[in-house]
Ligand binder design. Structure first.
Ligand code: ZN
Length: 263
């Protein structure tokens, strides 16, 4: 009895939020026009994505840093790309954080590292986005605006900062980023590490040899970066990824429960 009351209350609350945060038709059409990899999805996927976007906007807090104004257009552009990876997994994967800090341009962060001899080195790092355990998430609009994500198919590597940072969020759901999101089934987990390792090594060889890759060469840095850039390619250029690294494509398709190359 209590269970069903709770369910009804939740359903009612969700309907209220969907009403309150409904995305106007014109704005949704604009977002699809600006991000063709979203527009290419089936009508059923786009409808579900629009619903998730409203719930995402209802549960996250956007902050503009340094006078940057987070317009509805900016917020929906972020929401649509962020929700695509969890289309079949559910928004609860993003429960671990609330705040999204948006900057107009890239952010220079002062960093320190200690080398093997205990000497501390200071350097500046330029960031297009950053995901931290427990949030908030940082994004630079200049790097995620439609003009920044345009690419020549079959030529440029994929560059999508929003999907990249949200892939890190999925990875960090079970702690430090390691290139693997939490996977319950031990068999699938083993399959994941074996496939990822082989695909990463193949990819690093291509990058080392100076060959062009669909996946951003930045992925050669570390397994967790490879996961993030592979997820970018999976959603932005699924057919190309299926052609270039089919085993990687199938692994990601299994995890995300989506087949964007086949839809
Ligand atoms: Zn990264």
């Amino acid at each position: 009895m209590i269970g069903s009351l709770l369910q009804r209350w939740r359903a009612r609350r969700e309907r209220q939020l969907l009403d309150q945060f409904a995305i106007p038709d014109a704005l949704w059409a604009l977002t699809l026009a600006q991000y063709p990899f979203i527009a290419r999805r089936s009508e059923a996927d786009r409808t579900e994505l629009r619903r998730l976007c409203s719930l995402f906007l209802a549960s996250k807090e956007f902050h503009g840093a340094g006078g940057f104004e987070v317009t509805d257009e900016v917020a929906v552009a972020v929401a649509a790309q962020a929700c695509l990876p969890v289309l079949k997994l559910g928004l609860s994967w993003y429960d671990g954080f609330v705040g999204i800090v948006m900057h107009e341009g890239e952010v220079v962060a002062a960093r320190e590292t200690m080398d093997e001899d205990g000497v501390v080195h200071e350097y500046d790092e330029t960031l297009a986005g950053e995901a931290m355990e427990g949030g908030p998430l940082m994004l630079a609009w200049s790097e995620i605006a439609p003009e920044a994500t345009e690419r020549v198919e079959g030529h440029d590597p994929v560059y999508n900062v929003v999907i990249h940072e949200f892939a890190h969020v999925l990875d960090m759901r079970d702690g430090e980023p390691d290139g693997a999101p939490p996977i319950d089934d031990p068999t699938v987990r083993l399959q994941w590490s074996a496939t990822m390792e082989a695909e990463w090594h193949w990819f690093c060889d291509q990058v080392d040899a100076g060959h062009a890759t669909l996946i951003d060469p930045y992925g050669a840095e570390a397994p967790e970066e490879f996961f993030a850039v592979a997820v970018e390619a999976f959603f932005v250029a699924p057919r190309e990824l299926l052609g270039e690294q089919p085993r990687l494509y199938r692994l990601l398709a299994g995890f995300f429960r989506q087949d964007p190359a086949g839809d």
